[in-house]
Design a protein around this ligand. Structure first.
Ligand code: HEM
Length: 405
């Protein structure tokens, strides 16, 4: 079966001609997601000639079945077993047994103890930042906060030089995530802006560029012990820098926007800053920063009654799974910080589930706890500007005003 031939048993519905990657659908993907889920376990996206899954249970099951739905052929639309990758493949685009040692090195470095040791430094900068925002009262939630915080604390934690971070890391992440969606004009623009950053990032993944006490240097210790190769060590530091920054920037921005648009939820958080952890998970569910990516069928199989050929690509919409009424109930489209949003798919699921999530969670917990304690109210004072990207979901600008407690 060619990639452009729909499996015969799939019900053909009008929604299948829709394009999830138009400006309109990227700005508000939820009506289309709802139609995709209503259409059945999967829909055939005619424009892209690909089978897409938008329901929670389907996405979760596919992610957990790493033997049938593999990553080494790429988590974008290209089959990297047949086409060249735009850069050397790392941990995300690998399968066992290649995946295991790289995952062990990453998990060894991002250990509970390692992450705990970062808290004091994160808290110090969060307090400094909140002081300055309280003094200003009005500011841009993206450039003055969501970008600023991870660029400083995450960059320091990895151990890369401070100079050049802003100019290189954000465009680099945007290219990385563009390769997980269609090759269209939007993606080509991100490539044009981001490709020149590749050299800076790779230079800073080298052992001699990294500060000796950072997470990057600790990855290289695994290479010293022969547990991973030197090439894998550099690719793992690259994975930290390309997968760890934009995602956290967008998560912070999305959480800020959701809280500012729901004043009662902010009031609840201010009254009980311990709810910060729940607010963060709920925001990750409600507006998932990494909306979609692919898997490739390893061997011919039947999934939910749909025959799938070996080599076929399947597209998974986590942003939709996290709004699926069948899983989250009638309030799936509401933002409620006291919801138990645990088990959402914003960090993926299965063997590739985000290995960096404890760091993002710590960054966000520290930041939103500091804000919740000292800020009584937060409001939007202008229209937020969405950041349109084929796989990432976030904001380019969030004009905010805060009231100190
Ligand atoms: C809120 C922020 C973040 C989000 C939403 C996020 C999301 C994700 C998702 C959905 C996956 C799974 C992709 C797949 O299954 O194909 C993933 C994997 C990964 N993430 Fe994150 N991530 C975040 C932060 C981070 C950070 C801070 C780091 C680095 C320290 C990081 C490093 C990685 C790596 C290396 C993988 C691949 C893991 C593997 O293949 O075993 N991420 N992330």
């Amino acid at each position: 079966m060619s990639l452009s031939t729909p499996p015969q048993t799939i019900p053909v519905l009008s929604g299948l001609q829709d394009d999830p990657y138009t400006d309109e659908n990227l700005t508000n993907p939820y009506p289309l997601f709802e139609r995709m889920r209503a259409a059945g376990p999967a829909v055939w996206l005619e424009k892209y000639g690909v089978l897409a899954f938008a329901g929670f249970e389907e996405c979760k099951e596919i992610l957990e079945d790493y033997r049938t739905f593999i990553s080494s052929a790429g988590v974008g639309p290209k089959n990297l077993h047949h086409e060249p990758a735009w850069r050397p493949q790392g941990i995300l685009e690998s399968d066992p047994p290649v995946h295991g040692p790289m995952r062990a090195a990453m998990a060894g470095v991002i250990s509970p103890r390692g992450v705990r040791s970062l808290r004091a430094r994160f808290e110090e900068f969060a307090e400094e930042l909140v002081d300055s925002l309280i003094e200003r009262e009005t500011f841009d939630g993206v450039t003055d906060l969501a970008e600023l915080f991870p660029i400083r604390v995450f960059g320091d934690a990895v151990g890369i030089p401070r100079e050049g971070r802003e100019a290189n890391l954000l465009p680099h992440g945007a290219v990385n995530f563009s390769s997980f969606g269609p090759d269209d004009e939007r993606s080509r623009e991100f490539f044009e802006k981001g490709e020149p950053t590749h050299r800076w990032v790779m230079d800073n993944c080298a052992r001699e560029s990294l500060s000796p006490d950072g997470l990057g240097a600790q990855i290289w210790e695994f290479a010293d012990r022969g547990e991973i190769t030197s090439e894998q060590a550099a690719l793992l530091v690259r994975a930290m820098l390309s997968a760890g920054l934009d995602t956290t920037v967008f998560s912070i921005g999305n959480t800020l926007q959701a809280l500012a648009a729901h004043p009662k939820q902010w009031a609840g958080l201010h009254a009980n800053p311990r709810l910060a952890k729940f607010a963060i998970d709920e925001a990750l569910r409600y507006e998932s920063p990494f909306q979609s990516f692919f898997r490739t069928v390893a061997t011919e199989t039947v999934f939910r009654g749909i025959p799938l050929a070996a080599g076929a690509k399947v597209l998974l919409f986590m942003g939709s799974a996290n709004r699926d009424v069948a899983h989250w109930g009638a309030t799936a489209n509401e933002f409620m910080i006291d919801r138990n949003a645990g088990g959402h798919l914003a960090f993926g699921m299965g063997i590739h589930q985000c290995v960096g999530q404890p760091i993002s969670r710590l960054e966000m917990d520290v930041l939103f706890t500091a804000m919740a304690k000292r800020i009584k109210a937060i409001e939007l004072v202008g229209a937020p500007l969405p950041y349109l990207h084929n796989t990432l979901r976030g904001w380019r600008s969030l004009p905010l005003r805060i009231k100190a407690a």
